[in-house]
Design a protein around this ligand. Structure first.
Ligand SMILES: [Mg+2]
Length: 364
């Protein structure tokens, strides 16, 4: 059976304001860059996807890399998984991570959307799964703000989609400040909810041993990235010492990193990021690696595509939900009782908001 040919690529970057600025140990962010990718096929189908590569000043470089890479697939019958493997081989001279991988990830996400659309299926069905809602936690706030403000914020995050799990950022100067933050958030979310926490890699290993030891009795669902993501030996040490599960993965740059982390047994759970892992195809590989190691997989950002992927991830755990991407979409995914609802539409069902593009397009 002949498939439509890949014809053209469009990439638009927008830099949009965040409703609640991100205040993390990595920095304060008031705006977030999104690259909106569309791939047109010969039958008129348009595959859509977006990536949010953190640093708006580098989006022009990523766009150029994407356009260069796209030439390898132009005027060929669409075949996302094959394209991905070819693309990775093609890029190997530049390495299997970094900006080259971001470019491949962006194309891959849009290719899979197009491929599901020509088969008239939602992405998760196209991948061999079925449509259903996906268990999620609200990750939209609870930054390193003043601990006393976190009670109100926790209440509002829970009520936003009837969530029963939220994530608080930890790693303040003093342990007591973290403890007050935890106490206030717990009061806001109630005893039946789960509290996850994220240190955004802000501690050294000796600091982490102290701080996590003091927090180990708090009943937190996981400790996320307490130390730099590449300090494998440190993670092994923390895993040995703590009862609370350790998670990392948003900084896996390609599935090679996921394999290395799991082979070295450095975490209890993983949470790949759709962009940094390398797109839909790379997620599928990572999900198989995690299944082989029997490690639970959560997600990082990109809840639209990630929710489809969780439906075909054998060891799926929590999906991360934030409202950040709502502004770029015509119809953001809905929430229901702490779950993200996958819309019964072909592909991922996303369309880009034209008003947002008009208002926030980033001009080079
Ligand atoms: Mg994190």
């Amino acid at each position: 059976m002949k498939k439509p040919l890949v014809k053209s690529l469009s990439v638009i970057t927008v830099n949009v304001p965040l409703e609640r600025p991100i205040v993390a140990s990595l920095g304060t962010f008031e705006y977030w860059p999104y690259m909106l990718i569309e791939i047109s096929l010969s039958d008129g189908t348009i595959g859509k996807g977006y990536i949010g590569p953190y640093l708006v000043n580098y989006t022009q470089t990523i766009t150029l890399a994407m356009k260069e890479l796209f030439k390898n697939f132009q005027n060929r019958e669409i075949a996302p998984y094959q394209f991905y493997n070819e693309g990775l081989n093609h890029l190997s001279l530049l390495g299997r991570s970094g900006i080259a991988l971001y470019a491949l990830a962006g194309l891959d996400i849009a290719f899979w959307d197009a491929s599901s659309k020509i088969c008239n299926e939602p992405l998760c069905v196209h991948l061999g799964g079925s449509v259903d809602k996906v268990k999620a936690y609200n990750s939209s706030g609870l930054w390193l703000d003043h601990p006393q403000t976190l009670y109100d914020e926790a209440l509002s995050l829970i009520s936003e989609g009837n969530f029963d799990a939220v994530k608080v950022r930890l790693g303040r100067k003093k342990l007591d400040e973290d403890l007050i933050a935890i106490e206030n958030v717990k009061k806001g979310i109630g005893v039946n909810s789960e509290l996850l926490c994220d240190f955004n890699q802000c501690l050294s290993l000796p600091q982490a041993i102290h701080r996590l030891n003091d927090l180990d009795e708090q009943g937190l669902y996981w400790f996320e990235e307490p130390i730099k993501y590449y300090e494998f030996e440190g993670y092994k040490e923390l895993r040995k010492r703590m009862k609370t599960p350790i998670i990392l993965g948003e900084n896996f740059h390609g599935f090679d990193d996921a394999f290395a982390a799991l082979k070295n047994q450095i975490s209890d759970f993983i949470m790949p990021d759709l962009l940094r892992i390398g797109g839909v195809s790379a997620w599928l590989k990572t999900a198989s690696i995690a299944e082989a190691f029997q490690i639970s997989v959560s997600s990082h950002l990109y809840h639209e595509v990630s929710s489809h992927l969780m439906r075909v991830t054998p060891t799926a755990g929590y999906l991360e939900w934030t409202r950040w991407s709502n502004i770029i979409l015509e119809e953001p995914y809905e929430l229901s009782d702490g779950h993200v609802v996958i819309p019964n539409k072909i592909g991922t069902g996303i369309d880009f908001n034209k008003e947002t593009i008009k208002k926030y397009e980033y001009k080079y």
